[in-house]
Design a protein around this ligand. Structure first.
Ligand SMILES: [Zn+2]
Ligand SMILES: [Zn+2]
Length: 429
């Protein structure tokens, strides 16, 4: 196909008379004709114009490519150099896909926009698009990796003014489930309240409220393997520090920022993490994940099942306990923000459903039909405060087990035993 037949040659003449290089001339008609580069387009157009243009003076200046392009100032002579810079910059990293971006001198961009206005032609593409594509081709051929426009592992942004490259490295996301087998560990690091993480006497210069966290335990070996700069931990909710996380484990995504390595063996990684955490935390089902899954995990509203051991201030008739427990099945309770979390959560009332509740075990006193402690199995809606459901939080949770029994209830231990995310956390239950 002849490109000259597709192009309005009067417009092409106007463009050529501006003194454009082959790239810049061809780019004004980038959307016309397939399978050729802008440079080739520009070359064919110049040839076509040589016989089309009647004016002798114009013909003279059109025949030759100008030594200095009015528009790009010969930016396209530097493609190889930009490709060299990008390849060098990428070399420490381990990745599958890449993308080229660019920052181009504002004067060039201005001239380009003025030219579009003057020509009144709509078949152009921006100079950035061509530069990115042409450098991308050169880089791809050298490093034998593919350009990915949607989700590249690394984007290399060329600043053409300073010949500098800025890398934007997509974080590495790893999905897994964790069990927390001991109490007293928060899910994520808590900064020391006194020094805000700087380190002081009170925190033994660690800057932390707790010696470790699920995040720190899990991230240690992943950071070693990926050689990342930082990490963050996205859990599908979180358990209290003094609660264990058992059963099928809690879904999480660990995000590693600026990873140098991203092709990790998940099975080996899982083993190394579990060896490091020494039975405090266990991870399983590790696999690669994405930012989209982080969002899904943060938004998931799933039922959770808990085992809670309750000590009653006075002995309770076993029958009475059974009756009260039955009354809470499928009951919606109102919970004003618990006093213990008021310092970090807004004070408001939430309605939450107790989906299921049953008695797992009881401890009786003196062979009587009186119970002094019990283990309850409770399945509740996402965000329910289980401790408060038991003890009532001085009337802030209503109704409560303590309220119905008319006896003070003390929560002795709490474990999460099942996270009901079987349908991926979509829908309410
Ligand atoms: Zn040019
Ligand atoms: Zn401190």
């Amino acid at each position: 196909m002849d490109i000259a037949e597709l192009v309005d040659l009067d417009i092409a003449e106007k463009a050529a008379l501006k003194g454009l290089c082959y790239h810049c001339l061809g780019r004004q008609f980038a959307k016309l004709g397939h399978g050729i580069s802008n440079k080739e387009r520009g070359f064919y157009l110049r040839n076509a114009l040589a016989s089309y243009v009647k004016n002798k003076e114009s013909k003279q200046s059109i025949l030759q490519e100008p030594s200095d392009c009015w528009l790009c100032e010969n930016l396209f002579d530097e493609l190889e150099k930009f490709a060299d810079l990008v390849v060098k910059e990428l070399s420490p990293y381990n990745y599958e896909t890449f993308l080229i971006g660019s920052k181009i001198d504002a004067e060039i961009m201005d001239r380009e926009e003025r030219l579009w206005g003057e020509l009144g032609n709509h078949h152009y593409e921006p100079i950035k698009a061509e530069l990115n594509r042409e450098v991308g081709k050169l880089v791809g051929a050298r490093i034998k990796k593919e350009v990915n426009f949607e989700k590249p592992d690394i984007t290399a942004v060329i600043d053409t003014r300073f010949d500098s490259i800025e890398l934007q490295i997509t974080p590495l996301y790893i999905f897994g489930r964790y069990r927390k087998l001991v109490r007293g560990i928060p899910q994520t690091r808590w900064d020391c309240k006194e020094c805000w993480g700087k380190g002081c006497k009170k925190c033994n210069n660690t800057g932390k409220m707790y010696e470790t966290s699920v995040e720190e335990l899990v991230a240690k070996e992943v950071m070693n393997a990926a050689k990342g700069a930082e990490h963050s931990f996205h859990g599908m909710g979180r358990e209290d520090i003094d609660a264990r996380m058992l059963g099928n484990g809690r879904p999480f995504v660990l995000e590693i920022k600026i990873p140098i390595r991203r092709q990790l063996d998940m099975k080996a990684l899982e083993e190394r993490i579990n060896a490091y955490t020494e039975g405090k935390v266990e991870v399983f089902n590790l696999r690669f994940s994405s930012k989209d899954e982080v969002i899904a995990i943060k938004e998931a509203k799933v039922l959770k099942t808990y085992d809670v051991e309750v000590k009653f201030a006075k002995p309770i008739k076993h029958e009475k306990l059974k009756e009260v427990v039955r009354a809470f099945k499928d009951l919606v309770i109102e919970q004003q923000t618990p006093k213990r979390v008021l310092h970090r959560r807004a004070d408001k009332t939430r309605r939450k459903m107790v989906k299921d509740i049953g008695i797992e075990a009881v401890e009786k006193k003196g062979g009587m039909f009186k119970v002094i402690s019990a283990v309850l199995k409770i399945t509740g809606e996402s965000g329910i405060y289980v401790k408060e459901l038991i003890h009532g939080d001085e009337g802030r949770t209503n109704p409560s087990i303590a309220g119905y029994l008319n006896a003070e209830c003390d929560v002795r231990r709490l474990d999460v035993t099942h996270i009901h995310d079987e349908n991926g956390g979509k829908g309410k239950w």
